[in-house]
Ligand binder design. Structure first.
Ligand SMILES: N[C@@H](CCC(=O)N[C@@H](CS)C(=O)NCC(=O)O)C(=O)O
Length: 334
């Protein structure tokens, strides 16, 4: 998703109809002619896009730099050695202006959004591969084994996806209600991230106060709710502690990591406050990363307790052991 691409021109023209009519004193006929012109532009753009423009074969990952759901997909793609190009946008502006969420992947005319649906889509695409023959290099994992479906795996993924929301609520409530909310928002939503288009970074600086109000209102960032969300997240950590208590290396007792392990580690990562390059695997520059200084002592106490728990240690181990693989050749050749 690139905001304000040509396809959005008809919407912008439609919105300008009222002001234009008032400014130029248009009557009903002029307005109707203008609307027909907008329709014509929209039709030409749609047909051109669908029939004439050659779709790139490359897999595009629509992202924002700091997002644990994006990280879940970015990490999965890296680990499976699937080539992709990341299309980074400023945080929150996508949902604010278009109502669209990240991560999403695009390939040709296919677009899939929602991290769980993306993994199911990839699973469908890779299912015919042989388990041993689909590894690209020694550092990658078998796509078939990594994405293998089972009801236990899906149940765990669902629970971890929910945990991701709970952790986000808990951390956002603290950071975005603080007096440093503007500087935190600018950092983690990409104002300094050179891989995001400049116009988005400038717009982010201009509208950050509006985005903060939007986030606090839409997500209901209240302390009482945040405490409840933390309790829910802790229930998930306890389940992970219990799974690991029999000494298994990975959550579904597989010999190698699967999407379930990556889902847990990626979605828990914000609560580990990893301020080094491991989280995003080097994509976020230092100025775009989360830091401990963004949070109050009360939250940092929870962060430290989580880091010390079996579930927290497991997530840290996942990062230490399996997040060194970065830059597929499509990316590094950019
Ligand atoms: N359930 C979705 C959640 C995705 C989600 O919450 N994405 C956030 C980023 S973490 C988003 O799109 N925010 C809007 C934006 O930043 O523009 C998934 O699994 O992909």
């Amino acid at each position: 998703m690139r905001l304000f691409v040509l396809e959005n021109a008809p919407t912008a023209m439609l919105i300008s109809c009222g002001p234009l009519a008032a400014l130029r004193g248009w009557g009903l006929i002029s307005v109707l002619v203008y609307l027909m012109f907008v329709f014509l532009v929209s039709w030409i753009l749609t047909v051109t896009r669908n029939l004439l423009v050659r779709k790139p074969k490359k897999l595009i990952l629509e992202s924002i730099t700091i997002s644990h759901y994006v990280e879940k997909i970015r990490w999965s793609l890296d680990l499976m050695g699937i080539e992709y190009v990341e299309e980074e946008n400023c945080g929150i502006m996508g949902i604010f202006f278009t109502g669209l969420m990240v991560p999403a992947i695009r390939q040709g005319s296919t677009r899939v959004s929602g991290s769980n649906f993306i993994l199911k889509y990839l699973n469908g695409k890779c299912a015919h591969l042989g388990e041993e023959s689909d590894k690209k290099e020694a550092t990658t994992v078998s796509k078939v084994a990594f994405l293998r479906a089972s009801s236990e795996a899906f149940e765990l993924e669902k629970e971890f996806d929910k945990m991701g929301e709970n952790i986000r609520h808990f951390l956002y409530t603290d950071a975005l209600n603080s007096k440093n909310a503007v500087s935190t928002g600018l950092k983690v939503w990409g104002a300094y991230q050179p891989t995001i288009p400049l116009w988005q970074r400038l717009l982010l600086r201009a509208i950050i106060p509006i985005l903060l109000v939007f986030m606090k209102t839409v997500l209901k960032l209240k302390k009482k709710i945040a405490r409840e969300r933390l309790v829910l997240a802790k229930e998930t950590f306890k389940k992970v502690d219990a799974l690991l208590s029999d000494g298994r290396k990975y959550l579904t007792a597989t010999p190698n990591p699967t999407f379930v392990d990556v889902t847990f580690a990626a979605l828990a990562a914000p609560l580990l406050i990893m301020d080094g390059p491991a989280y995003t695997c080097g994509r976020a520059i230092e100025d775009s990363r989360m830091t401990r200084s963004m949070f109050t002592d009360e939250v940092l106490k929870e962060v430290d307790a989580f880091r010390a728990s079996p579930a927290g240690k497991f997530a840290l181990r996942m990062y230490a052991d399996h997040r060194g693989v970065r830059r597929t050749s499509a990316e590094s050749g950019k």
